[in-house]
Design a protein around this ligand. Structure first.
Ligand SMILES: CC(C)(COP(=O)(O)OP(=O)(O)OC[C@H]1O[C@@H](n2cnc3c(N)ncnc32)[C@H](O)[C@@H]1OP(=O)(O)O)[C@@H](O)C(=O)NCCC(=O)NCCS
Length: 152
């Protein structure tokens, strides 16, 4: 497996957007598949946020994705955020998400950020296993979320 910035594989933007819209579209009022796709297409960088990474197998099939965003939790002053970690069902349980999270941490550190934040509704155990610290729990857009951080 290798992890590369999505900007190197722009033909994968539609798939990344489709995964994210199916998983989190309901979380972003007013978002459409088209607007999510456009947002991702405009936000693909290597040396500044936002950064979208994709994991590829030896045949260059996409195994998953994760993003580094400046803001993610509306109204929250902390930044930046690990977001949109997604691995399709058939690829789960093989360490793809762990590798993507680590790659986002490395990218954020390289950009000089001392801390990284995330929120999750369901996967706090995954992040705790990677050294993330649980902060507050709260309700957000109708769901119960866990905010976490990691010193880089
Ligand atoms: C959560 C998700 C990204 C995990 O991907 P994955 O590639 O299977 O994760 P990994 O193989 O790296 O798992 C690493 C560890 O986290 C655990 N883990 C994985 N998914 C988990 C989940 N949803 N909840 C709790 N623990 C989880 C695994 O059991 C594994 O533990 P182990 O090392 O002790 O066996 C994937 O299930 C997914 O895309 N789910 C839908 C989207 C989502 O919930 N994303 C996270 C939102 S913040």
């Amino acid at each position: 497996m290798r992890i590369v910035p999505l900007v190197e594989r722009p033909e994968l933007v539609d798939q990344v957007a489709a995964w994210g819209f199916a998983e989190w579209g309901h979380f972003n009022p007013g978002q459409t598949l088209q607007s999510r796709t456009a947002e991702i297409r405009e936000g693909m960088n290597v040396d500044r946020v936002p950064i979208v990474l994709v994991a590829l197998d030896d045949a260059s099939a996409m195994l998953g994705t994760a993003s580094l965003l400046f803001d993610d939790l509306e109204g929250d002053p902390r930044n930046p955020w690990l977001a949109s970690v997604f691995v399709p069902v058939g690829r789960r349980g093989k360490g793809v998400a762990s590798a993507l999270v680590t790659a986002i941490e490395v990218a954020a550190r390289r950009l000089g950020y001392p801390m990284l934040y995330l929120y999750t509704t369901s996967a706090s155990r995954l992040y705790a296993g990677l050294g993330w610290r649980a902060l507050e729990r709260r309700d957000y857009r109708g769901e119960h979320i866990q905010v976490m951080d990691k010193a880089l």
